[in-house]
Design a protein around this ligand. Structure first.
Ligand SMILES: [Zn+2]
Length: 382
């Protein structure tokens, strides 16, 4: 591989200061998932940075959440594109930036969303600009910036899936792991609200007439938890329970929030069938349990990332760092594209730690090499 000689990597090499400046700009714009105005300001900052010769923009309006922005560099009819993805929203409520804005100390930067994933947005922006300025995109490069990943990508998902159709690869710039590794597989799963109804009765006067929804739910929980199988990677968790109105009334209702994680999409149908059977079981005659699917994520299966991981590792080795692929139980947008059969690799952003906490930190010394590794991976796919 001769990518080290490429003008794209050379263009990126001296840009750490500029990358830090853009990172500061993006972190200091509030962009809580429910803050449409803020998310749109991040979009506009990215567009302003990327504007230039040979860069095409498509802004996709979304009601209630941040618009999506699709950026294309390079052309070529019938030439499959590569897709880079990043979400602009953060988990931090509007007002957080005012309390603790961007702050850098040496090789570490802090601030809301600095790792997850404004540093990833910076990486995408610089890789796109590198190919645009050097006019060296070997095939169309598409970047997609969405605004609702942290709350499940309900508006982003169809746009992501449309953008991934026909792609030769999808690179998702969620933060690199604390270990330095990228993400080669992610769990999928779903969460379900369980509602149980029974019959209320005075606990002292006519106890026999009661049908306890709490007892019915309580009998189901161990069976639901028994579906966990660390061997296959399936986990189940009833994380919240509620029910009843008081000690002297047989409970006419009970409810639970139930989380299920999967490694492969093929595990979904059997586990759903097993859950339905448990819910339908007549544990307490006269009670009835129903499950409502609240949201679900598709797993990113390791087989969809194997080739890209090998390319990325080769690129990283040449740039001067070693990296492995890692499996995580967390879910992300990469699951959507992997499930479409498009080769997908995740966690390609600058290394970050402690996402979703006040201690979130980005390793600034990884800005340039991680951007170069992504650029080299794209070149290897030509
Ligand atoms: Zn993220």
């Amino acid at each position: 591989m001769s990518t080290m000689n490429s003008q794209v990597l050379a263009w990126l090499a001296p840009r750490r200061g500029e990358m830090e400046a853009l990172l500061q700009t993006l972190v200091d714009i509030e962009s809580f998932s429910h803050d449409k105005a803020g998310n749109d300001r991040v979009l506009e900052a990215l567009q302003a940075f990327l504007a230039g010769d040979g860069v095409a923009f498509e802004r996709i309006p979304i009601e209630g959440f941040g618009d999506a922005l699709k950026v294309t560099v390079g052309a070529g009819a019938g030439n499959a594109h590569a897709l880079m993805m990043g979400h602009r929203d953060t988990v931090f409520p509007t007002g957080t930036v005012a309390q603790r804005p961007y702050r850098a100390e040496g090789d570490r930067a802090y601030g809301p969303g600095v790792a997850d994933m404004k540093s990833g947005l910076v990486l995408i922006a610089f890789v796109m600009k590198a190919f645009a300025e050097t006019k060296s995109a070997p095939y169309p490069l598409v970047a997609l910036f969405t605004g609702d990943e942290e709350i499940g990508s309900d508006t982003g998902r169809p746009i992501i899936e449309a953008a991934a159709v026909g792609a030769r690869a999808v690179l998702n710039m969620e933060p690199g792991r604390a270990s330095g590794n990228v993400v080669s597989a992610r769990k999928g799963g779903f969460w379900m609200k369980i509602d149980v109804t029974g019959t209320a009765a005075h606990a002292g006067v006519n106890h026999q007439a009661g049908r306890s929804a709490i007892e019915a739910l309580a009998r189901k929980i161990p069976r639901l938890h028994a579906l966990t199988d660390y061997g296959t990677g399936i986990t189940t968790n009833v994380g919240v329970i509620a029910g009843g109105i008081g000690h002297n009334t047989v409970a006419s209702w009970a409810s639970a929030e139930f989380d299920v994680r999967l490694v492969e999409e093929a595990q979904r149908a059997p586990i759903v069938a097993a859950i339905e059977e448990i819910l339908a079981a007549d544990d307490v005659p006269g009670t009835k349990a129903t499950g409502t699917m609240m949201s679900h994520r598709v797993p990113m299966e390791a087989r969809m990332s194997a080739d890209l991981l090998a390319r990325y590792q080769a690129a990283a080795a040449e740039i001067g760092f070693s990296v492995g692929g890692e499996f995580t139980g967390g879910c992300a947008d990469s699951g959507f594209t992997a499930a479409m059969g498009v080769p997908t690799l995740c966690g390609l952003g600058p290394v970050g730690e402690k996402a979703h906490t006040e201690d979130e930190v980005c390793h600034l010394d990884t800005l340039v090499p991680r951007a170069q590794a992504v650029a080299a991976t794209l070149l290897s796919l030509a």
